[in-house]
Design a protein around this ligand. Structure first.
Ligand code: FES
Ligand SMILES: [Fe+2]
Length: 392
């Protein structure tokens, strides 16, 4: 198939078939699936419009009235922290004629539309319709304001990360996260405290960032420094319905700026352990005894992915200025590893543009995880869930 031609069900079934066999015989997604605009559009509808998509961290909106525009499945949305301190998500369009309401991060007392100044509360209720029935006449006998509030989108948080789901019928985030929550029951994730956030722009398809993240085969060549304290030996795979990744029993990063507080009461085997799952479809996580990080990936067309890295530390104590150097050093270490990955993943993207890239063959030892992630994608494209009864 050449890029630009719509996919057929038969093609999708063939791609899925190539991934649904033991790793030794598997054939990965063909290169055009990382470049084709039709594939991208299909992913947005069949994956992003019906999944719990991560849109950032609670710490992006710490105060009442903070707003932040986000985009999921090419729908403009915005997040807001309401008067009660809860995070909410709404479609970012005015109930009047559909103007975009929030175009930048900031703090608001109300959400006023820049077009005709219809004004909404932080809870989405329509409060004001100025001059709707002539100069100085702000009420209309034919418009019941209570019926024209902003359209809400499901929003939930987990480990300080914020997720939204456009599908009103999808299971709750807690249900979808249950296998990871169980896996990480030793860690009191309510102790996580925000460290730092940093943005990156990856010139590559979003799927390549994930399939790279979930395999450790590339460590000796792409991350020679990381490989000295977290090598490919001692690693293990984690493959669940919605998470896939690797763990390592021996992660001993240098701490030139000193130690950081740890999660309390961890079993000894957790002290030098790191686990790195991708939660489908767009967040990459890393959990350790003394820090947690997450990359939130936002696809921006088939050739580009926005990445936002968040680092978190453990307990109020970790916010003490005496740990500032250690926090900054840890954040930099994680970010530097990402810079190494960005370089190789952009090469991967350029290679996948070639029609000669007919699909990966996988290392049977190290790349069952990349196969599993690609299979999750292929399954959702080839066997989409029924369209939700209410679809926004
Ligand atoms: S479109 Fe928003 S007030 Fe008119
Ligand atoms: Fe890497």
């Amino acid at each position: 198939m050449a890029p630009g031609i719509s996919l057929t069900q038969e093609q999708l079934t063939n791609v899925l078939g190539g991934l649904s066999v033991p790793v030794e015989q598997a054939r990965g997604l063909p290169g055009w699936m990382f470049n084709d605009p039709d594939v991208y559009a299909m992913e947005q509808e069949r994956i992003f419009a019906s999944s719990w998509v991560c849109v950032g961290a609670e710490d992006d909106l710490p105060r009442i009235g903070d707003v932040r525009p986000v985009e999921v499945a090419e729908r403009p949305l915005f997040l807001v922290r309401d008067e009660m301190g809860y995070l909410r998500c709404f479609h970012n369009i005015c109930s009047h004629r559909g103007a975009l309401l929030v175009s930048e991060t900031g703090r608001r007392k109300t959400i006023a539309c820049p077009y005709h100044s219809w004004t909404y509360g932080l809870d989405g209720t329509l409060k004001k319709t100025p001059h709707i029935c002539g100069q100085g006449v702000h009420d209309s006998p034919t418009l019941d304001r209570s019926l024209h509030g902003l359209k809400p989108v499901r929003c939930a948080t987990w480990a300080r990360l914020v997720f939204v789901n456009l599908d009103p019928l999808a299971p709750s985030l807690d249900e979808e996260m249950a296998p990871l929550a169980e896996r990480w029951a030793d860690y009191d994730l309510s102790l996580l405290r925000f460290g730092e956030a940093e943005d990156f722009l990856l010139p590559a398809n979003w799927k390549l960032a994930i399939e790279n993240y979930v395999e450790r085969y590339h460590l000796p060549w792409v991350h020679p420094s990381l490989n000295t304290y977290s090598g490919i030996d001692g690693s293990y795979e984690m493959i669940g319905r919605l998470h896939v990744g690797v763990g390592s029993r021996k992660v001993t990063p240098p701490r030139p700026a000193g130690p950081l507080p740890r999660f309390p009461d961890l079993p000894p085997e957790r002290i030098g352990c790191g686990e790195y799952p991708a939660f489908f479809p767009n967040v990459l996580m890393g959990l350790h005894a003394d820090y947690f990080f997450a990359y939130v990936l936002t696809p921006d067309g088939p050739h580009r992915t926005k990445e936002r890295l968040y680092t978190f530390f453990v307990g109020e104590e970790s916010r003490d200025p005496k740990y500032a150097g250690a926090r900054a050093a840890m954040h930099k270490m994680v970010a530097d590893i990402n810079r190494e990955d960005m370089d190789i993943v952009s090469r991967l993207h350029r290679g996948c543009a070639s029609p000669a890239m007919t699909g990966a063959v996988f290392s049977p030892v190290f790349e069952k995880t990349s196969q599993a992630f690609q299979r999750m994608v292929a399954e959702r494209l080839a066997e989409p869930r029924e369209a939700p009864a209410v679809s926004l």
